[in-house]
Design a protein around this ligand. Structure first.
Ligand code: CBF
Length: 821
């Protein structure tokens, strides 16, 4: 297992198979003009290798009855699959040659592919990185999610404003998925619960559902890198349990004959485009239950195929990870199944759930901690609500009251039900009570989970709360996206760094080597030239690759503070207008971000950045020293182009708000130097690269708490800092929006009268100072090259392989294929 896997095909064989698929699978002989057909044929060729490995993987785990991890996530941000699969199968060169022989550049073929954008941001991308690592490390894992018809919306700008259009990622099919009719599930919803008295005095509960939805699984193979494993991501599509009303259709009522079908299909129609906030819709609740119920049934089915009706080994063979609270209902579904369908005693079922589930918390933002109304629960899942109440009763009486006797306040605080005008179910509490481990996603975040979010739970269950710092797959985020840098690293590192990222630390010894510095920075320069072309094509703005490429790419959210960088851009622009010789190295600010469609201020920030960009980019007075571009439709594929070209990585969230971040890791891995706050994984990045190789600024978590304790007043900064005042006042004028004064006022309002909820003004001066230090460092070419190299060399900790190993050792307790004999 540990040895390198033999190349499965030669270039000649690969080409032959592509031609065969063009001829016999799609009857497309005229392929020279049709790169889409070539893409499809290439994918089908790759799939031949993939499915053979998938069969072997399945057989192995069946024979060995391996313990599995079942990753439940409402989001997977997979991006494109072809390049990644080719790299992981060691077929990249082979495919490149074969495709060149057919008259195409492999990159042009990649461009024909669609992103699988079934996620919003960090959480969904993390899930994708974890699947890659699990397969690479030969663990038995299944990812479960929803087969959304429309993934994350496409973003365009119209006169600077975000416009959303639907994502049609599989309008004409997706070569990477296969439907599995043999694994369809039927999912009940609504209805009522009947209580039947047994002759022995006990009662049996029977849920009579009001509707049944069909869950149809689509499997996307997940190919490990240089490993034996191909796992699957199983995505559930909702369909009506019967097609349509045939009689109604025949009687001419065409519309209504389809209504049940339309209703059922709505469940998997769209990904909710909110990042970290609860959409609060019944449909979202049903989505969650639908995919959890399908997945739990599937997990039980897979287990039963190996162990029949013997439940004694279930908890030894099955672990279920809840990716945030979105899949929490899986807990209640397993409880219900064990009790109602397999006659488990309540306590045994509860004990089983406590051995099987583990939960990852991804945010402290209160608005993102999901709560569902008891009424909604009762309407959609009446039986589950009963079970929830019974868990709550047990928990409060047997655990809370025993730990804190007579403490009603504590019972209220910890209860799974929040009392108030409307009773709400606290999903995170249910997770903590019922999971055997709960983890945060970076050390500082996990510490805050313990100290600020769940301190009482930490007292109650001392070993339960833990940390697993996030990571990213170096296969996609270095090897595939930055081929030139990868080659340079190959030449210096003797082991396969893509599988052992800590081996890159050996490159640190070349950080002062002039020749190596030149090569490293020449690669960065080439990547910047390519990105400059992309920027010109997508925004019409010409930028110089000699400028500093300063990158902020992530979802748009106030806590991430894109508007801090925006304010600083205004400040630089002012300085340049006041003094065109103002000493700064030319800088290009590159933004990429989608705003949730209903998030007003986030959209105003996009608009403001675009408007200021229009002005700045066309102002000859500043001699091209400052450029601002907002690249539309930020997604995985665009990130793969931006990250290798970044000089500076902006990680400037308010301390305590960004749970971890993963873009920070990807950018540093590709030699970008971070300017950031002591937040999320920035703290650990700083520890790894050392203070000399990162620009840390701003208030710490404790400072922010102190500021708040003293009564934070944004006007203190406005009145005492001439630059802040001038920049905020500028936004009320029509300088950037001729004839329309006040069009950019929303940001100023939120920072002043709105109370500056993310303490931007408190960090502004220090951020500006850190930027001066950064500018100075960049002007010193050798110093900057050293910093960039050290960043790449010291990112070993942040491979998702390390995260997965932490989960395996401390939470999941899995054994890889190779060690099972
Ligand atoms: O843990 C993965 C990421 O999750 C989020 O995106 C989330 O959705 N809660 C966090 O905001 C990120 O900090 C984190 O890296």
């Amino acid at each position: 297992m540990a040895t390198a896997i033999k190349k499965p095909l030669t270039a000649a064989q690969f080409k032959k198979k592509v031609l065969q698929h063009l001829n016999f699978t799609s009857s497309q002989t005229d392929y020279q003009q049709d790169p889409t057909a070539v893409l499809r044929a290439v994918c089908l060729t790759v799939n031949e290798v993939v499915y053979e490995k998938l069969t072997e993987t399945n057989q192995y785990h069946k024979e060995h009855k391996s313990r599995s991890i079942n990753y439940l996530s409402l989001e997977y941000l997979m991006g494109r699959m072809l390049s990644n699969n080719l790299h992981n199968l060691d077929l990249f060169d082979v495919a490149q040659k074969a495709v060149a022989n057919l008259g195409f550049e492999i990159e042009d073929i990649f461009e024909e592919g669609h992103d699988l954008a079934l996620g919003n941001g960090g959480l969904g991308r993390l899930a994708a990185c974890f699947l890659d690592s699990l397969a690479t490390m030969d663990f038995n894992a299944v990812g479960y999610g929803i087969h959304y018809e429309h993934g994350l919306f496409k973003q365009q700008f119209h006169q600077g404003r975000q416009i959303e259009t639907p994502d049609e990622w599989r309008e004409y099919g997706n070569p990477w998925e296969v439907c599995r009719p043999e694994a369809v599930q039927n999912i009940p919803l609504f209805g009522h619960v009947e209580t039947i008295a047994n002759t022995d005095g006990s009662v049996k509960k029977v849920w009579h559902s009001g509707q049944t939805i069909k869950g149809v699984p689509w499997d996307v193979p997940i190919v490990g890198y240089n490993s034996k494993t191909v796992n699957v991501l199983r995505l559930w599509e909702s369909r009506a349990s019967s097609h349509f009303d045939w009689e109604q259709f025949n009687s001419g009522d065409y519309q209504d004959a389809h209504s049940a079908q339309n209703h059922a299909e709505t469940i998997s129609k769209v990904l909710y485009p909110n990042d970290e906030t609860d959409a609060g819709k019944e449909l979202r609740f049903i989505q969650q239950y639908f995919f959890c119920a399908c997945s739990v049934k599937d997990i039980i089915k897979r287990y039963s195929q190996q162990h029949g009706n013997d439940w004694s080994q279930f908890a030894d063979k099955v672990a279920i990870q809840l990716n945030d609270t979105h899949p929490t209902i899986a807990i209640l579904e397993l409880m219900r199944t064990l009790i109602d369908e397999y006659d488990f005693a309540w306590l045994d079922a509860f004990a089983m759930c406590r051995k099987v589930f583990a939960y990852t918390n991804h945010t402290l933002l209160p608005e993102a901690l999901e709560k569902w109304s008891v009424d909604l629960f009762n309407k959609v899942l009446p039986r589950h609500l009963e079970l929830l109440f019974s868990i709550n009763e047990y928990f409060l009486n047997e655990e809370v009251s025993k730990m804190w006797p007579g403490n009603d306040q504590m019972r209220r605080r910890l209860s799974l039900i929040e009392e108030g005008e409307t009773q709400m179910v606290r999903m995170a509490h249910l997770c903590v009570v019922t999971s055997f481990k709960v983890n945060g996603v970076a050390q500082i975040h996990s510490d805050l989970v313990k100290s600020d979010l769940f301190p009482e739970f930490d007292q109650l269950y001392p070993e339960k709360l833990t940390n697993v710092t996030n990571g990213v797959t170096p296969r996609r985020w270095l090897k595939a996206c930055n081929p030139e840098l990868s080659k340079l690293l190959d030449s210096k590192v003797k082991v396969d760094w893509a599988k052992d990222l800590s081996s890159l630390s050996s490159v640190a010894k070349f950080a002062d080597d002039e020749k190596f510095q030149q090569k490293f920075m020449a690669i960065k320069h080439n990547n910047k030239i390519k990105l400059a072309e992309e920027i010109l094509a997508s925004t019409g703005v010409e930028v110089s690759p000699d400028a500093i490429f300063d990158v902020q790419i992530k979802r748009l959210h106030e806590y991430k503070r894109q508007h801090l960088s925006f304010m600083h851009i205004l400040a630089l622009y002012r300085r340049l207008l006041a003094d065109p010789d103002y000493d700064m190295h030319p800088r290009v600010y590159i933004f990429g971000a989608k705003a949730a469609p209903g998030y007003y201020l986030a959209k105003e920030i996009i608009y403001a950045i675009n408007k200021v960009a229009d002005k700045v980019n066309n102002d000859d007075r500043i001699k091209g020293k400052l450029k601002v571009v907002f690249m539309p439709n930020y997604r995985v594929t665009l990130a793969e182009k931006i990250i290798p070209a970044a000089d500076v990585s902006e990680q400037i969230s308010t301390a305590g708000k960004e749970a971890s971040g993963t873009g920070n890791m990807k950018l540093a891995l590709n030699g970008a130097v971070t300017i950031g706050t002591l937040d999320g994984a920035n703290v650990e990045i700083a520890e790894e690269v050392g203070d000399d190789n990162i620009f840390i600024f701003g208030n710490t978590v404790d400072d922010i708490k102190a500021l708040e304790a003293n009564g934070y007043n944004p006007y203190d900064y406005y009145n005492n800092d001439e630059e802040i005042k001038a920049c905020l006042d500028w936004l009320h004028t029509d300088y950037f929006t001729p004839g329309k004064p006040g069009e950019l006022s929303a940001i100023a309002h939120s920072l002043l009268d709105g109370g500056d909820p993310y303490r931007l003004l408190a960090d502004f001066a220090d951020y500006a100072k850190a930027n001066i230090a950064l500018d100075k460092a960049y002007k010193d070419k050798a110093r900057w090259a050293r910093m960039a190299i050290i960043n790449t060399a010291k990112m070993g900790k942040f491979t998702s392989d390390r995260s997965i190993q932490d989960y395996v050792d401390n939470i999941w307790k899995l054994t890889p294929m190779s060690s099972q004999g």
